[in-house]
Design a binder for this molecule. Structure first.
Ligand SMILES: [Mg+2]
Length: 256
């Protein structure tokens, strides 16, 4: 994993601007800073301006774990591809997977809530029902370690077992075999007839993109992590504006 803001990193980014490239971004922790409550997350005005600018010049996608409706509200009509629920929502070929995912999530939520007694008094632990996936948040718990252990016990009892994707104080439950962020990125490239892609994300769910063995996809992680399969990293979320500004400049120069 190499730091992106070096001459090598900048050159790699520049090479993308000479070809048909999809610029794709995760939302939480990437375009928006992580905050206490998921509802309060928002893109800072400057980031919003820069992404809008980039989207006017070149194809842009935002691929998030949020539900598509929620994501649309947060993104404020930027002209770009929006993909929600870790890759399940926003692409046209998902009807069967979506119906199955919806049924499974209803069942899992019911089973988790049946068994929620020990967590009832802890208002910092809650299930966010995103219709086609569940996100169980425990950031606000009084005893995060205990809450996490209890949640894992409950999740282990679910049948059929979900795919578990860990986030920052959140456990995502997604139907096994459902399309993920990596599949969504490849499908969007195909749909828009783009040969190359840039992708940036901050979490375990983004590893589904980072691990695609394709030299034409340049991947960046927010935060250095040795076990990640991303090629590059930026040090912190606040570097996203510098990165997006650089992308805008590079793409604009190529258009001239
Ligand atoms: Mg994220």
């Amino acid at each position: 994993m190499k730091y992106l803001f070096t001459s090598t990193g900048v050159q790699v980014l520049e090479s993308l601007s000479f070809t048909k490239t999809l610029y794709a971004f995760d939302f939480d922790g990437t375009l928006s800073p992580i905050v206490g409550s998921p509802d309060a997350a928002a893109m800072p005005t400057k980031t919003m301006e820069l992404i809008r600018e980039l989207a006017k010049l070149t194809p842009v996608a935002i691929i998030s774990g949020r539900s598509l409706k929620d994501l649309k509200d947060k993104v404020n009509e930027i002209p770009c591809q929006l993909i929600g629920n870790h890759g399940l929502e926003g692409l046209s070929t998902r009807t069967k997977s979506i119906l199955q995912a919806g049924k499974l999530c209803t069942l899992w939520k019911f089973n988790l809530e049946e068994n929620w007694n020990d967590l009832k008094s802890d208002s910092g632990v809650f299930i966010e029902d995103k219709t086609y996936s569940l996100a169980i948040h425990y950031r606000g718990s009084r005893n995060k370690k205990k809450a996490r252990a209890s949640l894992f016990k409950k999740i282990a009892m679910l049948d059929p077992s979900p795919r578990i994707i860990l986030g920052k104080s959140v456990i995502n439950l997604v139907p096994t075999g459902a399309p993920h962020k990596g599949a969504a990125l490849l499908e969007t490239m195909k749909k828009l007839n783009l040969k190359c892609a840039f992708y940036i994300g901050d979490d375990d769910t983004d590893e589904d993109v980072f691990s695609i063995p394709d030299g034409k996809i340049i991947s960046v992680r927010v935060g250095q992590k040795n076990s990640s399969q991303a090629q590059f990293y930026i040090r912190r979320q606040s570097e996203i504006n510098a990165l997006t500004k650089l992308l805008v400049e590079q793409v604009r120069l190529c258009k001239k």
